[in-house]
Design a protein around this ligand. Sequence first.
Ligand SMILES: [Zn+2]
Length: 121
Amino acid sequence: MTMTPAQLERFTARLQAERADALARMAGSDSAMSEVRAAKAGGVADDEHDPEGPTMTQEWSQRTAVLADVTAELHDIDRALARIAEGTYGVCTRCGKRITVARLDARPTAELCIDCARLVR
Ligand SMILES: [Zn+2]
């Protein structure tokens, strides 16, 4: 065990809070995209002459980027929660060394120790 149960509990609570937050952002992004989609569908025939056209496309790609970010974030959070369940949370997935609590405090989804993170990026 690399961490005390109290520390694990604290990180679990934090990850779950971040997960709820990410899900809320994803839901918000989904409904915003549905609105854009509906607006697009309404103006299909005159799309090229639609003065709103480029704005819609911009809005669309911005929403898509946000959604991709949130999806990646959720994936990281789920993996961190899975590592907590497995008892491997806080252990570097590359070298097996312990990740410092200070680093996890800054980034609870970190999978690599600071040394490996430097090598990889
Ligand atoms: Zn490492």
